[in-house]
Design a protein around this ligand. Structure first.
Ligand code: TMP
Length: 211
């Protein structure tokens, strides 16, 4: 990539088992195969000390107040911001499995106030695109290993889906919604085509922040 051209921040969002991990992997592989520098990331990033606490919480070996775990998820993103900014400015496209919107969706699905949940996300790097994989939670329960982690309950995931729908409507300018039940290859082709149009457009734009 030539000097001054940045990479794109691309986020995959959706309920548990909606296919985000597969689609983000396919997108990174495609970009790399075309010689475009691309790096996969995911939140929560479980290797940092904050990430390890989050992991203990998610695997039910630790209990924390809803507000506390919410702020830890957010802190986990903040602790990676400098590194993400540097990579983007060097020209890497970051393909990220979950971001601020999961933070808002899961915590407000528990009953925390939507605006309170969004507040700590303000100031983080704004994504250039969010690919929202939407499927009725009932369709997701028969996917592999469903139910092993704390939030993998159909009724809870339905509430999460409603918040994602609200975020998608609020942030329509950069969100792209897809039916997660369509074949993996078709979904990948649609995502690839949007990404290929996006990269040259954002390359000369400054990074923005969530507000
Ligand atoms: P994962 O399965 O994508 O690793 O995510 C683990 C769980 O953490 C998933 O159920 C969604 C939840 N989560 C939050 O509650 N808040 C957040 O900020 C993030 C990134 C994930």
């Amino acid at each position: 990539m030539s000097a001054g051209k940045r990479g794109a921040l691309i986020i995959f969002e959706g309920c548990d088992r909606s296919g985000k991990t597969t689609q983000s992997r396919l997108l990174v592989e495609l970009l790399k195969s075309k010689g475009i520098p691309a790096l996969p990331m995911n939140f929560p990033e479980r290797s940092s000390s904050i990430g390890q606490v989050i992991n203990s919480y998610l695997t039910n070996s630790k209990d924390l107040k809803d507000e506390v775990i919410h702020l830890m998820f957010s802190a986990n993103r903040w602790e990676h911001m400098n590194q993400m900014k540097q990579k983007l400015l060097e020209g890497h496209t970051l393909v990220v499995d979950r971001y601020s919107f999961s933070g808002v969706a899961y915590s407000s699905a528990k009953g925390l106030d939507f605006d309170w949940c969004y507040a700590p996300e303000r100031g983080l790097i704004k994504p250039d695109a969010v690919f929202y994989l939407r499927a009725p939670p009932n369709d997701l329960t028969n996917r592999g290993q469903y139910g092993e982690e704390r939030y993998e309950k159909v009724e809870f995931q339905s509430r999460v889906a409603k918040v994602f729908d609200r975020l998608c409507a609020n942030e329509a300018s950069y969100w792209h919604q897809f039916d997660a039940s369509q074949p993996v290859d078709e979904l990948h082709a649609r995502i690839a085509s949007i990404t290929e149009e996006l990269l040259p457009t954002v390359a000369t734009q400054p990074l923005d922040t969530l507000s």
